[in-house]
Each structure stands twice: as structure tokens, then as C-alpha cells.
Design a protein around this ligand. Structure first.
Ligand code: OOG
Ligand code: NI
Length: 448
């Protein structure tokens, strides 16, 4: 490619800058990075197959962040900025129903989608959109004032958006423009230092702390940044030893002896940060808000729809029930069609004698093919809701007697004016391509 700074380099640089900014502003995040690096080093040194779900370089650099925006226009502009970084919307998460407390948002994750592109820089951003039209949360009067407030603010400067359009069109930027783009983009996700309107913030907070965090201030901000760790149970213990109070559990599948699947996450609560407030009499006072927190995650194998259905069925059940029901080896996950793998011809000459088996399990067992797990690159709605919830001090109010508005992936594609990918389809296509290639190289028919 002819552009000096291709989009994946922009993405890697942007992830580093955000991480530096967050580390300066949220010291507990730096502790989390230190402990994660320590744990990862030890796991790698212990040996075993720790590298199976991603090499140490990728895992150490890996982060996801989260932002929240207020309107379709803001969401579309965020999508434009992420497109410049080679990140596309994947998946639709409706968090309005996924939590007991009041979380009036729907979300997607912006991330690289090509397998090679993920490998180069796996940065992702979980992005949530306030559902201000949902009557269960906002009455018509509040919706009107909220939308008027949001309509007046500007999250991203026009220069940044212009550079983003160019970067998307050309697949990257020249060095000078890249620097400017990175500076403006990073600044757009810093915490605003402008005074917060006390009464307005408090009014929204009564509905939901998430609504206040989005619609009560004049900007958006990264609310957490999450490193990836190879042993999350060990990390959890060490953070506690350092005196950082984590939420009471690790979200996602239980710890067990079988393969790591999907995603396990845990977080620490947002710390109180000093902010300025504008009071009703016009004076400016200081106070504190808790809006930026820390989270860490361990990633496992991506599950197929069938695997995911079983995971959902077993969620909330005991670790014993899980161990009894969930396939306990990669081989079983592959043979039972429960997880996604990249297939390749096994090393060495194909086994002699007899025709090759026609089914996938036979090809694996007979030593024709080798399977490598495809890492889960997405999120889990129940865990995401748990992460939101762990940072709410109060439940907020939701009038369940009223009906909500139906939103789905197609609706979000319309808002973004870009396709929102189905994550299952992305993993399935990767698996299928690898299987076709592997079979072609061995002159085998595609397995039944
Ligand atoms: C996003 C929470 C979801 C995750 O890792 O599941 C999330 C937010 O708090 O804005 O980041
Ligand atoms: Ni997160």
C-alpha cells in the first residue's frame, strides 16, 4: 500500500496514546497494567500452550476501551473515526434488558475484522448509544430537553472528521496528517474539564447514572481501558493483595480444567475524581464524580451458535454443572461443532493406507488436519451489563409498565449508514476459508 501510515498503524498508535493518557489520569489503571504484565510473563514462563490463544506480543499490547454517546449523529461520527483506524461495527448488544438496574443504552463494538488485521493490532472499542426515545426511562419532556442538549454539543471537531474520511478512503494517512489525526482523536476521548451543570446532571442521574454520564456533560470520554491477561484468577488475587477492591466476581464462564472459551472479565469500581460544577446561581464549585474505572479480561475460543446456546443455558449454573455438560477438550468442541477453529494440514506427510475419512472428526483424529482455536474478539451482553452495573451506586428508575422501542442490528446499521457485522458470520467465514484451503492443499473433498 502506498500510504505511509496505513490504518492498522494508526490503530496501534491510537491504542498506545489512549493507554498513555489513561495511565496518566487514572493511576489504578497503571497498577492493573503492571499486574497484568507480571501475570502474563509468569504464565508464558510456565510454558504449556499459553500462546495458543495469541502470542505474548499481541496479548501484552491488547486493549479494549469503552465510550458512550448520546445521538445517532454522534454514533455515526464515532463510526467514521473508527473506520479511519480500520475498525468496523460488529455485533448488537441491547443492555436495556440485560441488567436489573437502569441501563438505557444499546451498543456495538468497533474492531478490526480480518484475521490478519486483528493480529496486527487487536484494539476494539465498545460503544454505547443512549436510548433517549425509550419511554420506560425518559418521559416526553425529559427526552425533548435531553435531545436539545445533545444537539447543541459537538464531540468531534470537523478537522478530525475530515481527516477520518480521508483516512478511510485512502486506507491511511501521510505522516503529518496521521500525527494531527491522532492528537485530535485522543483529545476527543479525554475527560472534559468544563464545569458540569449540577441540576441537569442530578436530574438525569435520577433516571440512570449512565444517562447522566452520557447526557449530563458536554463531551464523551473513555470510561475504561482493558488489558488482556492470560490468568485472570491469579490477577484477581494480586489486585486484591495490592489493596484494589475488585467487583465481587469474575464475569463469564467459570474457571475449570477444560478449554478457555469466550470471555472472562472483572473490574474495579470507578474512583472519585475531582470535577467542577456549575450551580443554579451560576457559581462554580468543586465536587467529585465516579465515571472512569478499570477492567481486565481473559479471552478464549469463539463459540458457534450451538456452543453459545449451551453457554447461555449453563450461565448462572454451578461450576459442577458446567463441567458435566460443556465439551471439555478442543477436539470435542471442534467435532461437536461448538467452537470455531482455523484448520490447516497437519505437519508431516498424510497418513498412509486407506482413503481419507469424509468427516471433520475423522480428518482430525486420523492426523490429516490440525485445528487452531479462533479467539473470541467480541463481548457478552450479560457481562457488559455487569460491568455497567458494578459502577452504579443506585438503581435508577425504569417504568416497566410502558413499552420500550425495538432496536436491533439492522436498525443500528441504518443509524451508522454502514453494515453492522454479525460476529458469528465473521468467525464462520474464517473457519470455512481455512478448511477449504487446507482440504485443497491435501486434495481432499470438503468434509461432510
Ligand atoms: C461498557 C461496558 C461493557 C465490556 O467489556 O463488557 C464493556 C461501558 O461501561 O460503557 O466494556
Ligand atoms: Ni469493557
Amino acid at each position: 500500500m502506498s500510504v505511509p501510515v496505513p490504518s492498522w498503524r494508526l490503530r496501534a498508535a491510537f491504542a498506545r496514546r489512549l493507554s498513555d493518557m489513561y495511565g496518566r489520569e487514572v493511576p489504578a489503571y497503571t497498577t492493573l497494567l503492571e499486574v497484568s504484565a507480571e501475570v502474563n510473563d509468569e504464565v508464558i514462563r510456565r510454558g504449556g500452550d499459553a500462546g495458543r490463544l495469541g502470542g505474548i506480543e499481541r496479548v501484552t499490547a491488547e486493549r479494549h476501551g469503552a465510550i458512550r454517546v448520546g445521538t445517532g449523529l454522534e454514533m455515526r461520527q464515532a463510526a467514521q473515526i473508527f473506520a479511519a483506524l480500520g475498525m468496523e461495527p460488529v455485533g448488537f448488544y441491547d443492555l436495556r434488558e440485560a441488567a436489573a438496574s437502569s441501563v438505557p443504552v444499546v451498543s456495538t463494538a468497533f474492531r478490526p475484522v480480518g484475521a490478519d488485521d486483528v493480529e496486527r493490532s487487536p484494539f476494539r472499542v465498545f460503544t454505547s448509544l443512549l436510548t433517549s426515545a425509550d419511554r420506560r426511562f425518559f418521559d416526553a419532556g425529559l427526552q425533548g430537553r435531553l435531545e436539545a442538549f445533545l444537539g447543541r454539543r459537538r464531540l468531534f471537531p470537523p478537522e478530525l472528521l475530515d481527516l477520518a474520511v480521508r483516512a478511510e478512503r485512502d486506507g491511511g494517512l501521510d505522516a503529518t496528517s496521521a500525527e494531527r489525526f491522532l492528537t485530535l482523536a485522543t483529545a476527543s476521548f479525554e475527560l472534559s474539564r468544563e464545569p458540569v451543570d449540577r441540576a441537569w446532571y442530578a436530574e438525569l442521574e435520577k433516571v440512570s447514572a449512565v444517562a447522566a454520564d452520557i447526557g449530563g456533560v458536554d463531551r464523551t470520554h473513555v470510561n475504561h481501558l482493558t488489558p488482556r491477561v492470560l490468568d485472570i484468577d491469579e490477577l484477581y488475587r494480586r489486585m486484591a493483595d495490592r489493596g484494589i477492591a475488585m467487583i465481587d466476581r469474575i464475569q463469564g464462564p467459570p474457571r475449570w480444567d477444560g478449554p478457555d472459551v469466550l470471555l472472562r472479565q472483572t473490574s474495579f469500581r470507578a474512583l472519585a475524581e475531582q470535577r467542577r460544577f456549575r450551580e443554579s446561581d451560576g457559581t462554580v464549585t468543586t465536587g467529585a464524580l465516579r465515571v472512569r474505572f478499570g477492567e481486565v479480561e481473559a479471552r478464549g475460543i469463539a463459540l458457534t451458535r450451538a456452543g453459545r446456546a449451551l453457554y447461555d443455558e449453563l450461565a448462572g449454573e454451578s461450576a459442577e454443572r458446567w463441567a458435566a455438560r460443556f465439551p471439555d477438550s478442543e477436539r470435542r468442541l471442534a467435532a461437536e461443532g461448538m467452537a470455531y477453529f482455523r484448520y490447516e494440514p497437519a505437519a508431516g506427510p498424510p497418513p498412509g493406507g486407506g482413503p481419507p475419512p469424509r468427516d471433520l472428526a475423522g480428518l482430525l483424529d486420523g492426523g490429516w488436519l490440525r485445528a487452531r482455536p479462533i479467539v473470541y474478539e467480541d463481548f457478552l451482553p450479560r457481562s457488559a451489563a455487569g460491568i455497567f452495573q458494578s459502577n452504579l451506586t443506585d438503581e435508577g428508575v425504569r417504568d416497566a409498565s410502558l413499552s420500550g422501542v425495538h432496536y436491533d442490528r439492522r436498525w443500528l446499521s441504518g443509524v451508522l449508514e454502514r453494515p453492522v457485522h454479525d460476529p458469528f458470520a465473521l468467525y464462520a467465514a474464517q473457519q470455512e476459508t481455512s478448511l477449504r484451503d487446507a482440504c485443497a492443499r491435501l486434495s481432499l473433498p470438503f468434509p461432510e
